[in-house]
Design a protein around this ligand. Structure first.
Ligand SMILES: Nc1ncnc2c1ncn2[C@@H]1O[C@H](COP(=O)(O)OP(=O)(O)OP(=O)(O)O)[C@@H](O)[C@H]1O
Length: 347
């Protein structure tokens, strides 16, 4: 649904060059919620602004719903008619809501419809429908100053949906909200994603956002995507930074001579007594070093770090047994597992 290839953005200011995007290849599938995370300055805002061409990339292409936006005329200051039309099909929500304080809630939602040239009656009908969808039908006549932060963001979301977009971009939509309001706004985005088949690309610096609603995620550093994949894939990636941050599980090995493995299990296999089966079947002592079960993207995911006696070679069969039970097994990253060599880590 959204594809960028070789996306590069270089800002030039006062004779200095800043490479904000350094060759970003992003692929967001239709109907998924995709989160881009990274520290301040990683290039997240630039990326999202390049996706709807609010910022014109220095090079590379952006395709949304099969249309190459970079081929359309115009840019950040003055977009051509085709680009304006394409943009109206891409909704965007902002961290600070960007509502007009002098307009009522309903009039804020009607604004993009005015620009699209809808008649007064059609605008009003559509705005009320959208406010109902975000749970604010009774606040249509209120002004932004009379709303809570969460309600303001709901208005922002209703306004973003005015052009019936298939794609919604979210620029740190929950960063200004408290944790409880954050959860309810994220739940709304998830519901809209499912109900309307909306593809959502969001940027955030909060791992909780990825945990709660993302199907896929990417980690940005220095203008590049350094890790990406579906959330289950990321959780299973050995030593992956996103996996560690999404779902930290620690545990110190008892000493040298053992093999430390991280076992990840999903919905079906949570609650199965696989570790005791392993110990019984192979008559080995299994030490559990750390474990946790969490809900990530609406699915129950468990992770356990266990230590098996002996070298990795001696444990090939027990590891194979765990994999046959549908579990993802990776040799724990170096440092945790003294017995593991780099080759073993990549097995
Ligand atoms: N208009 C601009 N002119 C010059 N440099 C810019 C401009 N916008 C962003 N940059 C620089 O580009 C780099 C990436 O910035 P960007 O805002 O995309 O990062 P970010 O990950 O979104 O960070 P934050 O969460 O702090 O916004 C930074 O070094 C930033 O200083």
């Amino acid at each position: 649904m959204i594809t960028t290839t070789g996306l590069k953005k270089v800002y030039r200011s006062r004779g200095r060059e800043v490479v904000a995007l350094d060759g970003v290849d992003l692929h967001v599938r239709e109907g998924e919620v995709y989160g881009v995370v990274g520290r301040s300055g990683a290039g997240k805002s630039t990326l999202i602004r390049c996706v709807n061409l609010l910022e014109r990339p220095t090079s590379g292409t952006v395709t949304v719903a099969g249309q190459d936006l970079t081929a359309l005329a115009g840019g950040s200051r003055r977009a051509g008619a085709e680009l304006r039309a394409a943009r109206s099909r891409i909704g965007m929500v902002f961290q600070h809501f960007n509502l007009l304080s002098s307009r009522t809630v309903q009039d804020n939602v009607e604004l993009p419809l005015e620009i699209l040239g809808l008649s007064g009656a059609a605008r009003s009908r559509k705005a009320l429908e959208l406010l109902d969808l975000v749970g604010l039908a009774d606040r249509a006549r209120a002004y932004p100053a009379q709303l809570s932060g969460g309600q303001k963001q709901r208005v922002g979301i209703a306004r973003a949906l005015a052009g019936d977009p298939k794609v919604l971009l979210s620029d740190e939509a929950t960063s200004a909200l408290d944790p409880e309001t954050t959860r309810s706004v994220l739940q709304l985005l998830r519901d809209l994603n499912r109900q309307l088949g909306l593809t959502v690309l969001l940027i955030t610096h909060e791992m909780e956002v990825v945990k709660q609603i993302c199907d896929s995620a990417a980690l940005m550093k220095g203008g590049r995507i350094v890790e990406s994949g579906t959330v289950p894939e990321l959780l299973a990636a050995p030593g992956g930074e996103l996996a560690r941050e999404l779902f930290p599980v620690g545990g110190v090995p008892s000493g040298p001579g053992g093999t430390v493995i991280d076992v990840t299990f999903h919905d079906d296999s949570t609650g199965q007594p696989v570790i005791s089966q392993l110990a019984r079947t192979y008559n080995i002592d299994v030490s559990i070093l750390g474990a946790a079960v969490e809900t990530v993207g609406g699915r129950r995911v468990g992770r356990m770090r266990v230590e098996l006696p002996g070298t990795f070679e001696e444990n090939v069969v027990p590891v194979g047994f765990l994999r046959e039970q549908g579990l993802q097994v990776e040799v724990a990253p170096a440092g945790a597992a003294q017995a593991a060599t780099p080759e073993e880590n990549s097995k």
